[in-house]
Design a protein around this ligand. Structure first.
Ligand code: HEM
Length: 155
């Protein structure tokens, strides 16, 4: 049994412990998007973002350039949309967790910095082969860092 002083904000977790709490309703009585939907949005954005940042490497390695990258516009649009979904899901979760009160916590500021770097990384990957290689190696490491920060919330 969960001690009453622990407030469980995640609806799906709460429903597992208290099966008869009913549908998801917010404080003002509206039914709205639950935490899990925002988390899945966050994850979809992350998966697609990682794929778009991996794509330029082979092209550049084979002597390609930014100008002759096939469907460069589609790649850029997909990368931008994925980046937006990461942000949407992230802020959605923050709202559901009730974390934003006054200012953003430091762990979110660090995640926002990582997000900025990954959002700018496509331009770097399409510039030179060395840039594409750095993005290919650096991206999973930064994504790992962002995930670890969300899980441990060290600061
Ligand atoms: C591309 C950069 C990012 C990556 C790779 C990333 C990755 C992740 C992952 C894997 C999780 C799930 C962790 C878990 O299951 O507990 C997560 C959770 C989360 N992320 Fe991100 N994230 C990124 C950017 C952001 C940004 C920019 C924000 C804020 C606007 C954000 C806010 C959150 C929040 C609030 C959670 C939920 C934490 C919790 O449930 O306690 N993330 N992130």
């Amino acid at each position: 049994m969960v001690p009453p002083e622990i407030e469980i904000r995640d609806y799906f977790l709460r429903r597992r412990i208290f099966p008869d709490i009913g549908p998801y309703i917010t404080a003002n009585g509206n039914q709205s998007m639950p935490y899990a939907v925002y988390k899945l949005t966050h994850l979809l954005g992350i998966f697609v973002l990682l794929m778009t940042l991996a794509l330029p490497f082979m092209h550049m390695l084979r002597g390609g350039t930014r100008a002759d990258f096939p469907r460069r516009r589609t790649l850029a649009l997909t990368h931008g949309a994925a980046s937006f979904l990461v942000l949407l899901g992230g802020f959605g979760m923050l709202a559901r967790l009730g974390i934003v009160q006054g200012g953003l916590p430091n762990w979110i500021l660090v995640k926002l910095t990582i997000w900025l770097v990954l959002s700018a990384a496509l331009a770097v990957a399409l510039r030179t082969t060395a840039g594409a290689r750095a993005v290919l190696i650096g991206t999973p490491l930064l994504a790992l860092l962002a995930a670890a920060i969300a899980i441990y919330k060290p600061f």
